[in-house]
Ligand binder design. Structure first.
Ligand SMILES: O=C(O)C1=N[C@H](C(=O)O)C[C@H](O)C1
Length: 307
């Protein structure tokens, strides 16, 4: 087995899954993919939290990957595509990896098993079994406030030694744990933050990038923060971040991805803001705030640089 793949880095987008009248909306999906293929993103994650992966039928998830890959190929853009796969049964996870192997995903984003709260030893054995069963890289998704279990740094660093474990999407919600991991992570093991509001702070502490739902909006501004920091322009990065940091608050004011879908709908990128239950549409109050922000963004885009 080869050792760790090329390290993941940069800005990854956990793409929303457009729905219309209860079904996967392939027209909107193709439009979204064409739009983001022209943006400086480093990879796409399909069927993750933002992509409402837990509500997708297997045939829909396959279609999601295939249509996205097809659209990217049609416009000649090569972008890594990861598929969100989660569950709490190791054996079922191994079978899901086998069933999805030919779909065209370049790797997987896999959350810690939720609800059952296994030990650290159990978590390590779970991810080792998954990683042993696939040729593709796995990005661990550590998000204790959703799964009910925290993969600690000792267990994480043990898993980092596995050739197929490429990194972590870090949402551990404990800055001390995140910073300690960023300090100790081995070469080739990526730490990508999944906390939109923490993007600037994570990069300054050594994160390799972020997987940020908010980057559906103002994609280039998120990239600017990272590029400025990479060039050593800390003051410029901080002022770019200060212009941006209210956006995640707006887009996470109600359960995600409803606010993001509402924004993308109003911006004309998807044909419906539909989400699947148990997610519900945004409230009228938040819809009005988003509509106003979309209007302001459009007005800003149309203004000439001198006005
Ligand atoms: O889609 C994801 O994966 C993301 N998950 C985070 C979450 O679970 O809250 C947020 C992040 O912006 C994207």
């Amino acid at each position: 087995m080869e050792t760790n793949q090329t390290a993941l880095q940069g800005l990854w987008l956990p793409l929303v899954t457009p729905f219309r009248d209860g079904a996967l909306d392939e027209v909107s999906l193709r439009r979204l993919v064409r739009h983001f293929a022209c943006e400086p993103v480093d990879g796409l994650i399909l069927g993750a939290t933002t992509g409402e992966g837990l509500t997708l039928e297997e045939a829909e998830a396959e279609r999601l990957i295939r249509v996205t890959a097809d659209e990217l190929a049609a416009i000649g853009r090569r972008l890594p595509l990861y598929l969100g796969l989660s569950g709490s049964d190791t054996r079922k996870g191994v079978k899901a990896l086998a069933r999805t192997a030919t779909w065209g995903a370049d790797g997987y984003l896999i959350a810690c098993p939720y609800y059952t709260r296994p030990s650290q030893q159990g978590l390590v054995a779970h991810f080792e079994a998954l990683a042993d069963s696939t040729q593709r890289p796995i990005l661990i998704y550590n998000i204790p406030y959703r799964t009910g279990v925290n993969l600690g740094n000792e267990a994480m660093l043990a898993l980092a030694g596995h050739a197929n474990i490429a990194g972590v999407k870090d949402c551990c919600a404990d800055p001390a744990q995140s910073f300690d991991l960023m300090r100790r992570k081995p070469a080739g093991f990526a730490v990508l933050t999944g906390e939109d509001a923490f993007f600037y702070g994570a990069l300054t502490q050594g994160a390799d990038g972020g997987i940020l739902a908010s980057a559906h909006v103002e994609t280039r501004a998120f990239v600017e923060v990272r590029d400025r920091l990479a060039r050593g322009d800390q003051a410029g990065a901080l002022s770019a971040w200060h212009r941006l940091c209210d956006l995640p608050r707006l887009l996470f004011a109600e359960p995600s991805p409803s606010p993001i879908k509402h924004w993308l709908w109003r911006a004309g990128l998807i044909d419906s803001p539909e989400v699947r239950l148990p997610m519900t549409p945004v409230s009228d109050t938040l819809a009005a705030r988003i509509d106003q922000a979309v209007g302001a963004a459009k007005a800003g885009a149309h203004r000439s640089p001198t006005t």
